[in-house]
Ligand binder design. Structure first.
Ligand SMILES: [Zn+2]
Length: 263
């Protein structure tokens, strides 16, 4: 597999993966969304809540707070040395204690682990009026997106690498039509005709092919894919891609071992 990075930031990664096939592309997408472990609040022990939000609603909001963490330092509870009972190796406690009048923000969650804290400081959790109080202890643990959406590490998608061709002799009328109809501005004016200016922007909608079926051809390459990965947890997008690939590799190994038992 050949990888070419098109765009990279702390939140998003766009890359081209070449020399793969549709099944693998989909396996990678699913692993990024469902198999990469992320940290989220899973249990909330509420000591006091006189805010306008019900305990359930407040807990639900807490569960969706993205938490920064080091994937090497937190174990998955089921695979931990504590055998799933829960210990400092596999869970992190965050304490919240606030009294109104004020707005409670994610920064008010005090973590017991210096590596773990809310990714964003200023997400509002609840508003407190004069005399209202919230006091709680939240336990965060690692989980996978396939178990619950709060543990989903990324929003990942891919498309076939587009190949857009304009055949020679495109009439002026057709050129106007395709320039007009393309929703992502793949084409640009060139004299009286049109030419392909931004092939990668093509979303394979075939609107241009319908506008000029004789002269325009759009194909998706089945061995080359454009991936977009946006992190929705404390991991960087490139970490999510590597962890997803490790997951696929581990599963393939497991399958190989199981099959060899019968060989
Ligand atoms: Zn443990």
């Amino acid at each position: 597999m050949k990888i070419k990075i098109l765009e990279e930031s702390d939140e998003k990664l766009t890359f081209v993966a070449d020399e793969i096939n549709p099944s693998f592309a989909n396996a990678l997408r699913r692993a990024m969304m469902g198999e990469v472990p992320a940290l989220a609040i899973d249990e909330v022990d509420i000591h006091e809540n006189s805010s306008a939000l019900y305990n359930e609603v407040l807990s639900h909001r807490l569960a969706l707070v993205p938490l920064a963490f080091d994937p090497k330092k937190v174990n998955i509870r089921e695979e931990c040395v504590c055998e799933g009972k829960g210990c400092v190796e596999c869970q992190v406690v965050l304490v919240l204690k606030k009294e109104g009048p004020c707005t409670v923000y994610t920064k008010d969650l005090k973590s017991s682990d210096e590596d773990v804290k809310p990714l964003y400081d200023s997400m509002p959790l609840v508003m407190l009026l004069e005399g209202q109080k919230v006091e709680l202890e939240a336990t965060a643990r690692l989980g996978r997106g396939r178990e619950h959406a709060k543990w989903q590490a990324a929003v990942a998608s891919y498309k076939y690498y587009p190949k857009v061709t304009i055949k020679p002799g495109l009439p002026e009328e057709d050129a106007k039509k395709i320039l007009d109809v393309c929703p992502t501005n793949v084409f640009e004016r060139s004299g009286r005709g049109a030419r392909v200016a931004n092939e990668l922007a093509c979303i394979l909608c075939d609107a241009c092919v319908e506008a000029s079926p004789q002269y325009v051809e759009v194909k998706g390459d089945e061995t080359k894919f454009v991936f977009r990965v946006e992190t929705v947890c404390g991991l960087k997008p490139e970490q999510i891609v590597s962890l997803a690939l490790e997951n696929i590799e581990a599963k393939a190994k497991e399958l190989e071992e199981k099959v060899s038992e019968y060989a």
